[in-house]
Design a protein around this ligand. Structure first.
Ligand code: SF4
Length: 567
């Protein structure tokens, strides 16, 4: 594997929502090209036929699941789709397969689905794989890579494994490797799931290697033949936890993608996170925290904006807090209004109006905030290190400057009682006008990979979510934790959370039309609201409103002519 003229094909397969071009494989392309390799990247998620399969699946699902059981529909529906696809590619007995899909639907949404509904969903999944097979073999035929590398996340596992099989059967000598976030979650090293996949299933013959964590150096050393032979799983320990120097690494290479097919452009300024929340896998995946110089990031954004005539950037950092202020200042210095969104903690610095206004002027468009719970006790159990007062202050402060506040909530964290959950609903109601959108997730437990995985494994009884005799179809075992709250309580709370949001008028938009409606609401609620998504993505209009934005007087919609903040 040491020749430099090797051709490498890196791909992201369905289903992954194509909001931004895939950052991971674009970073790898750039890095490996620097070291002399020929690399092509592909994102199958922008193919119209696959987008159509996805829309059809969710359209049918919406019709067959009673509305009061739909919960956070797209989020939970993805679990069903993923398991359904997995069962499809691994089944040999039609009757067993149909029964399993019924069980999956019943367990995921806590409701039954009619046989005709199941059949309709099965047809969509089977049509998808029929078209996908042609697409993927055509891709391999055209590219003829020596090495195929797939970036794998929860939603892309089934198509990726199916692609490994197709590639191995058509090109037995091609090297096939996998990386991506799934290997710090369900398929984390040390987990029974990964052991099973790589030892007890046919995929053992299709996959040559799995890279865990940051990919650049690991992949390069594997190509250069510097990693121990005979391994299947390559970990950061194999390279003494060496990580790329963000100060010198080249920017991601998007040249294989038509950026017009994406809504935003992916940028990053740091890797990993300085915090350690109990349910999170970011630090386990990325290792030690590192950041780029804010000036370099801002200049890169300006260059991308000029090249592609785009103003909206999605920051892919695990957390923006350590960089947000410097980045806003540096973006202001570019003299160009650039808009960017990213994950922020609802903590002390976001509570300061002067700080929020600086961020808004410097282009912070949307703050994605892990609020998680309205219960102080649950926040402590999560090791969130934020207070409820900070949560309220920061959301209201950001909203007042017009920054969209996307809030994420975890429902059913171990130890969450009914009273804790009610406090979450109370917090939603209290902040309703300052929340741009609310997205909830049922708590998910992984046997390894989360900061608290081993503690939970030791102290709580685990139960399998799906019958164990379906393992050869689903490949992974999904565990839930026994004790308060139960899985059914969690899912019932998810439904109640969604109903409460709907009653309060807090959106959770998934389509462009829903985003537009959410933006209209935001503008009505906040005079300093950021431009709507449609305004920003309409290339004809140049929008510069952020840089000169004036702060508002307390409690009113009037502009404060003299009330400049001091920064
Ligand atoms: S949840 Fe957010 S703040 Fe907590 S460890 Fe993960 S990335 Fe960091």
């Amino acid at each position: 594997m040491t020749e430099k003229n090797l051709k490498i094909l890196l791909g992201l397969l369905p289903f992954w929502t194509p909001w931004i071009p895939p950052l991971g494989i674009s970073c790898l392309k750039s890095f490996l090209q620097e070291h002399g390799y020929r690399v092509k990247t592909v994102d199958a998620n922008t193919e119209e036929s696959f987008k159509d399969s996805y829309s059809r699946y969710f359209r049918v699902l919406k019709n067959v699941i009673p509305q009061d059981k739909q919960g956070n529909f797209y989020n939970i529906g993805h679990d069903l789709l993923q398991h359904h696809m997995m069962a499809h590619i691994n089944h040999t007995d039609e009757k067993v397969y149909i029964e399993l899909v019924e069980t999956l639907a019943a367990t995921t949404f806590f409701t039954g689905i009619t046989t005709s509904g199941i059949r309709e969903l099965n047809t969509i999944v089977s049509d998808f794989f029929y078209v996908f097979e042609d697409y993927f073999l055509g891709l391999l035929e055209g590219e003829r890579p020596d090495v195929l590398g797939l970036s794998v996340f929860r939603g892309t596992v089934p198509a990726s494994l199916f692609a490994c099989k197709l590639a191995r059967e058509a090109y037995p000598h091609m090297k096939i490797v996998l990386g991506g976030g799934i290997f710090s979650q369900e398929l984390e090293p040390g987990s029974e799931n990964l052991r099973y996949l790589l030892e007890d299933t046919p995929y053992v013959d299709y996959i040559d290697g799995v890279f865990v964590g940051e990919g650049e150096i690991l992949f390069l050393k594997w190509l250069q033949g510097e990693l121990p032979a005979g391994q299947k799983v390559y970990m950061p320990d194999h390279i003494d936890r060496e990580v790329v120097d963000l100060g010198s690494v080249k920017p991601p290479d998007f040249t294989d993608f038509d950026l017009n097919r994406y809504l935003g452009i992916a940028v990053y300024s740091s890797r990993s996170c300085p915090f350690q929340c109990s349910f999170c896998a970011e630090t386990v995946y990325w290792g030690k925290y590192r950041k780029k110089k804010a000036r370099h990031v801002a200049l890169r954004m300006r260059q991308l904006a000029e090249t592609y005539h785009r103003r909206l950037f999605v920051m892919c950092d695990s957390l923006l807090d350590p960089v947000v202020t410097d980045l806003a200042r540096e973006v202001l210095k570019t003299g160009m209004a650039l808009y960017w969104d990213g994950y922020l903690r609802a903590d002390k610095q976001a509570c300061e109006p002067g700080m929020a206004l600086l961020w808004r002027r410097g282009g912070l468009y949307r703050a994605r905030l892990g609020v998680e719970s309205g219960s102080r006790k649950v926040l402590e159990l999560m090791n969130k290190n934020i207070t409820l007062h900070q949560v309220k202050q920061s959301i209201s402060t950001l909203a007042r400057t017009g920054i969209k506040t996307t809030t994420y909530w975890v429902i059913g964290h171990p130890g969450e009682t009914e009273s804790d959950f009610r406090q979450t609903l109370d917090l939603l109601a209290e902040l309703q006008d300052d929340i741009y959108e609310a997205e909830c997730n049922p708590f998910r437990y992984f046997e390894t990979g989360q900061v608290n995985s081993s503690e939970w494994k030791q102290n709580r009884k685990r139960v399998l979510l799906y019958p164990d005799n379906t393992r050869s179809l689903l490949l992974t075992r999904t565990w839930t934790l026994e004790g308060e709250p139960s899985r059914s309580e969690t899912m019932e709370r998810v439904n109640r959370f969604v109903c409460e949001c709907s009653r309060l008028g807090i959106p959770n938009p998934y389509s462009l039309q829903e985003i537009d409606q959410a933006d209209e609401r935001w503008k009505k609620l906040h005079k300093n609201a950021v431009p709507s998504f449609l305004e920003l993505t309409n290339k004809k209009d140049r929008i510069d409103e952020s840089m000169e934005l004036k702060p508002l007087l307390q409690g009113d919609n009037k502009f404060d002519a003299e009330g400049e903040f001091d920064f």
